[in-house]
Design a protein. Sequence first.
Length: 257
Amino acid sequence: MRCAALVLALTLWPASAWAGLTEQQIREVALVPSPGARVSNALVLKDLEGRDLSLGDAIAGRPTLLLPADFTCSEICRPALSIAAGALSQTGLRAGQDYSLVVVGIDARDGLDAARSFTTGQIGGPGGSVLSGNAGAIRSLMQAIGYHFQRDGANDAIAHPAGFVTLTADGRVSRVLSSLALQPADLRLALIEAGEGNIGGFAGRLALLCYGFDAVHGIYTRQIVTLLRIGGGLTVAMLAAAVGFMFWRTSKRGASA
């Protein structure tokens, strides 16, 4: 698993939101899962109806996009949810069949009304869950995925990473993605990867293999670029040899005639 720290997009965050935080606190805002990071499927949260729902039931045995969000944040979280919803609709994958989407509130003070207002028109239908919980449950989940945020009490705001993770069907963190620079192709490949070959069909698995998928650092890794260049060079050499062989055979036939 390849992960990177994702910090807040400063241009999208009001300057006043930083007034109550120290420089050290700001540096600690990051999304950095530890190797082998895994969420607890037994963790119980609340759905939009106020009913208990375990994280395992929300994941439902499918590769999952887990999106932490501050339900009262309109500067980063609301655009991030819109971007994610739009990208998901263009992946060609089916919610509730190929993947699950789980949005989790990071502020235990936000009630059900805030959760409903935040996700209205964005999350609905099979495979989508909007969850909230008490401070202990939220802290447990965020620590499991390496999601570190800081509360600015002076301004009643939360500084948090602009990112989310994909999970395998058994809750293992498989990928970290930026929620503000998300492309449908990257999201599709991340979900296919999390699905461990069970979704996306043969073409999807082949694309994942050839793509050298690295959604955080770029489309192709350096190793894949090198392999592509070597492969391209070999292809050109093989074509040149084939053309040369054809000319040689043609000239030989002409000489014998």
